[in-house]
Design a protein around this ligand. Structure first.
Ligand SMILES: [Cu+2]
Length: 234
């Protein structure tokens, strides 16, 4: 097959695919009174009801250390994808996860450097920094190419979805597992774009789980950043 036919079939396949879009509204948030309304960070994905997920090359994503936070706070990637962790702060950081999902540890991470981790195991990766106890983030590793993460307004758009029947699933770090399971639904896509009704995700009953450092111990009471020199206190 010539490259012209490859382009033709690729464009034809793209024409048959749809965008599935909608809005997620986070409700019952304990933090709602203290901050602007923020419906970001909810992962929405589609799993085909028939057949195996299509084989696609692993993607690339970035999660930076910046101002003592992981930016962005939530990302979703396909299994086999590489996530790059650049340290944009003038002091050391770390990223590790020893909970569910893929276990990893990028070690002591100097300012201006970047580390990469390939995520091969599907699941929720809850990651932390071994130096700064307030830092946390989520990497959702999915065995499907059809996913999106909501923006601050709760909007999502899953592109290039072939016609078929799918199970729509959600993940939100401050929602109980039973709440998320109850929100699952089956959808059918055709050649036209599909706009779904708003989905409300309740944070009721959620308690922030405490976490330890990577050694399973409590964090030190005072964090001493190790750059640009010893003794710098935050
Ligand atoms: Cu840190």
């Amino acid at each position: 097959m010539t490259w012209r036919w490859v382009i033709f079939f690729s464009l034809a396949a793209a024409a048959w695919c749809a965008t599935v879009s909608g809005k997620v509204e986070v409700t019952d948030s304990k933090a709602a009174g203290n901050r602007e309304k923020d419906d970001s960070g909810v992962v929405v994905w589609l799993e085909a009801l028939a057949g195996a997920p299509p084989v696609t090359a692993g993607g690339q994503a970035t999660m930076a250390h910046k101002n003592k936070t992981f930016v962005p706070h939530v990302i979703a990637v396909r299994t086999g994808s590489k996530v790059r962790f650049p340290n944009l702060d003038p002091f050391f950081h770390n990223a590790f996860s020893n909970y569910d999902g893929q276990v990893f540890d990028i070690g002591l991470h100097p300012p201006g450097s970047a580390r990469e981790v390939t995520f091969r195991r599907p699941g929720v990766v809850r990651l932390f920094c071994n130096i700064h106890p307030t830092m946390s983030a989520i990497i959702m590793v999915l065995d499907t190419p059809y996913f999106a993460v909501t923006n601050a307004q709760g909007a999502y758009a899953i592109t290039m979805v072939p016609p078929g029947d799918y199970r729509l699933k959600l993940f939100h770090e401050r929602a109980l597992a039973g709440v998320l399971t109850a929100l699952e639904r089956t959808i059918t896509t055709g050649p036209d774009d599909l706009a779904l009704p708003t989905i409300s995700v309740s944070e009721a009953g959620y308690l922030v789980p405490p976490h330890t450092n990577k050694y399973g111990k409590d964090y030190p009471a005072i964090v001493v950043d190790q750059y640009p020199g010893p003794g710098r206190r935050q």
